[in-house]
Design a protein around this ligand. Structure first.
Ligand code: GFB
Length: 318
């Protein structure tokens, strides 16, 4: 059930952004700056969300009104595949501790952020929200996916049992300022920016892609996601999670060509098929969100140009 509320929802409220140092959390903090709310953040030293008592104590002391749960252990296909325990345990603890602590300290409004990898590997495309739990997951990220599915279910369970207005948003593959550009641990888009930059500046003849280059992915700029989160808090109340995508996908090879154009590398693109492809396609059906009145605004090329600017600034800063 969509619940119409006015855009004043956050005004004058104490809004806690969990994970404010990450790419998503920092984008949400930037977006909230225009909402006339009080933004609360906590460093990991102040509150490790994997620690139940530290989390409960912080919530009891700070008493936020609204929570955006953007804290998570994240990474690209190789990181997910290499650290299954960390991706499952850390994310389960973060979600369970934060949602329970929010409920105990009487937070009535919470937005949980998941991921498009919650859907089955061979889900219908574009993927509707109803595809959740209809088939086996993609093995390279099933640990993370199971944790994120548990987060959706926690939000639903606290709605049902305790009447809390907790909702979930499922973003597609994200990129933008503050991304992780590590060549091994990152997602594809920041990895390609880094690789193309190295190939250009080191005058290499080629750039190597992982996998076949044929998987299709949809990308959303993190500032669009942050805007969608604020929109959903103002306009949506319901048990079902909501997809947040750009509605456009492309192959990894097409993405690599685009990144190389933006960065200015015109050498060869080679595929390393010893690396995994992951799920063949992950285009989300975002018509539910569009039906509520929200669409993304940042075109991919423009977003990659600004992300390359962010990479250069961080790279120079060392
Ligand atoms: O972004 P990515 O790591 O994650 O990889 P997923 C997307 C596709 O890009 C895969 C290919 O087919 C990769 O093989 N790829 C090509 C590369 N070159 C590279 C490279 O240099 N680095 C990386 N990382 N990939 C993640 C999940 O899946 O999506 C997470 O593992 C999360 O759980 C995230 O849900 C949104 O899109 O395959």
């Amino acid at each position: 059930m969509a619940e119409q509320q006015n855009a004043e929802t956050l005004a004058g409220r104490r809004v806690f952004v969990a994970g404010h140092r990450g790419m998503v959390g920092s984008a949400i903090v930037r977006r909230l700056a225009t909402e006339r709310c009080e933004i609360l953040t906590a460093s990991r030293a102040e509150m490790d969300l994997r620690d139940q008592s530290a989390t409960r104590a912080w919530f009891e002391a700070q008493r936020p009104d609204v929570v955006l749960l953007a804290a998570a252990k994240v990474g690209g296909i190789l990181a997910n595949d290499s650290y299954p325990a960390a991706f499952l345990y850390d994310n389960l603890m973060i979600e369970a501790n934060t949602i329970e602590a929010a409920h105990r300290s009487n937070v009535n409004r919470l937005l949980f952020l998941g991921s498009s990898c919650i859907y089955p590997k061979f889900a219908p495309q574009p993927i509707p929200e109803s595809a959740l739990l209809t088939g086996p997951l993609e093995p390279t990220n099933e640990w993370y996916a199971v944790a994120k599915i548990a987060g959706i279910k926690l939000a639903q369970a606290y709605r049902r049992e305790h009447g809390r207005d907790y909702i979930s948003a499922m973003p597609t593959n994200l990129y933008g300022p503050g991304d992780n550009y590590d060549l091994l641990g990152s997602h594809v888009l920041p990895a390609l920016i880094h690789k193309a930059h190295l190939a250009k500046t080191e005058h290499q003849s080629s750039l190597t892609l992982w996998g076949s280059g044929s998987p299709r992915r949809e990308f959303l700029h993190v500032d669009d996601l942050a805007d969608a989160c604020v929109f959903l808090l103002a306009r949506y109340s319901g048990e079902e999670h909501v997809n947040v995508g750009s509605g456009v996908d492309l192959t990894i090879l097409e993405l690599a060509r685009l990144v190389c154009q933006v960065v200015g590398f015109d050498g060869e693109i080679v595929c390393d098929t010893s690396k995994p492809d992951g799920t063949p396609r992950k285009l989300m059906d975002s018509s539910k969100l569009e039906g509520l009145g929200w669409t993304s605004t940042i075109p991919l090329r423009e977003g990659i140009e600004s992300a390359y600017g962010d990479f250069l600034a961080r790279h120079k800063a060392g």
